[in-house]
Design a protein around this ligand. Structure first.
Ligand code: NAP
Length: 427
């Protein structure tokens, strides 16, 4: 650990943090992937800001009382102090370097911040395979390449798991007799890849990606140069394009049941969509909500029949077919959704919350200029998941496939990981 970081316990808190002009405290836990992702960033920033700000780490499990008295509810949680008083926002979860640095800048003031930032040195790292995206496809490509003795770095703006990581339960991943929570499966993937030697840059931003010279700039400071790149950026929720949707996203409209279903206790909820996600996630929402109304634009669901049957059998779930939303607005704490029925009638439906599951779009903005795309917007690849750019692969939901399942993502990652390693050994 950096000489600028002090590991303390609760008994030293008042003396060391309370009396410091400026301090930052990281409450961490063991067996905590976001804590592990934060540690190298905390160290790196301590070596830049450590002369001016006291950097402290406190093991939360052994200092529970102190953590609770400071309102710490999760690990990691990073708190900022000026003259012993809390300042700024508490950071928690998958903390990005930029979020931490912005708060440190505020703590030291703009002039000092500018001077410290000027002192930061950029660095260059080389690896055999750079995997962009830590969902199941990227993690599998990384695993196979690393097991074949390639040096592999995985970078992701969030933590490991991608969309799989925020799926409530995964009931069809072979080898797990009972449904497994998505975060658990993600953690298993990450652990296995770590044991194979994969290096991580999680909760890190790619500020530039150049497929031509196969380099990526991470958090504006580190340039990674790779012999092979595997693109595994996955997808993001598709927008409906309905008035009010953009403004109310995160303020009444959600695209993540795992994140927000728990806030729907005893509420009436509207779910828009008719695919697997809408039908499956409605079950989770129904565990909390009073009623879930699935609104679908056609008279037939796209989802698998077993998911439709299960939803139909749930007394809390109702279907509103051949119906489309035309407007979202807020009325006090409630959401109002205008729904257009097949007869052309528009009715206002009140809800405690709205969830959109209307499909996903590939995240290709970082690499759009170089790649060739299929007509459906996915990245064009050959059977080995090679793109049109030499030494660059694309896997998972970036690539066209008849069904989008974790097993399919894993299959893509397998093919690309093996081929990337094979090409490396041939050169
Ligand atoms: P999806 O299969 O593409 O379904 C999207 C749904 O949203 C469709 O029912 C579609 O209606 C509707 N929709 C799209 N645009 C709309 C609009 N403008 N207005 C109203 N409705 C609109 O997407 P998904 O459910 O997110 O699933 C994505 C992929 O992940 C799929 O391949 C799915 O199999 C997979 N997945 C699997 C599981 C599982 O196996 N347990 C769970 C989740 C996701 P139409 O049907 O009329 O086009």
């Amino acid at each position: 650990m950096s000489e600028h970081i002090l590991e303390i316990d609760a008994s030293q808190f008042d003396h060391l943090v309370g009396k410091a002009p400026l301090a930052v405290v990281d409450f961490y836990s063991d067996e905590c992937p976001p804590c592990e992702a934060l540690a190298p960033k905390y160290e790196a920033l301590a070596s830049v800001y450590g002369e001016d700000v006291k950097f402290v780490k406190i093991f939360r499990q052994k200092n529970r009382e102190l953590a609770e008295s400071l309102g710490v509810k999760g690990s990691p949680s990073v708190l900022f102090f000026r003259d012993g008083q809390r300042v700024g926002e508490t950071l928690s979860g998958g903390i990005r370097r930029s979020s931490l640095q912005n708060q440190l800048d505020t703590l030291v003031g703009p002039e000092k911040a500018q001077a410290l930032r000027a002192m930061e040195t950029s660095r260059e790292t080389r690896c055999d395979v750079l995997v962009v995206g830590a969902g199941p496809a990227g993690l599998t490509a990384a695993l196979y390449a690393a097991q074949a003795k390639a040096s592999v770095i995985v970078v992701d703006g969030a933590l490991a798991g991608g969309a799989m990581g925020s799926t409530h339960q995964i009931a069809n991943y072979p080898g797990f007799a009972k449904p497994v929570p998505g975060w658990q499966l993600a953690e298993n993937f990450r652990e296995q890849a770590s044991q194979a030697g994969v290096q991580w840059r999680l909760a890190s931003e790619i500020t530039r990606l150049d497929l031509g010279d196969r380099s990526a700039v991470i958090d504006g400071l580190e340039t990674i140069r790779a012999k092979k790149i595997v693109l595994a950026m996955g997808t993001s929720p598709r927008a409906l394009g309905v008035p009010g949707e953009k403004e109310l996203l995160g303020k009444g409209i959600s695209t993540c049941a795992t994140c927000d279903a728990k806030y729907m206790v005893d509420k009436d909820v509207v779910v828009i969509g008719g695919g697997d996600a809408a039908l499956e996630e409605s079950q989770l929402i129904a565990q909390f909500a009073r009623k879930v109304t699935i609104v679908h634009r056609r008279d037939e669901f796209r989802a698998k029949p077993q998911l439709v049957e299960a939803a139909a059998a749930n007394p809390k779930i109702e279907f509103l077919m051949e119906t489309r939303p035309t407007l979202f607005r807020k009325n006090g704490d409630e959401m109002e959704v205008e729904l257009l029925s097949p007869s052309g009638e528009v009715q206002t439906h009140r809800a405690g919350g709205v969830f959109l599951f209307v499909g996903m779009l590939p995240n290709v903005d970082l690499a759009r200029d170089h790649l060739e795309f299929a007509p459906d917007g996915t990245v064009q690849v050959d059977e080995w998941r090679r793109t049109n750019v030499p030494h660059v692969f694309a896997v998972g939901d970036l690539v066209s496939k008849p069904v989008r399942q974790v097993t399919m993502a894993v299959a893509d990652g397998t093919v690309a990981g093996i081929m990337a390693a094979r090409e490396l050994s041939e050169n």
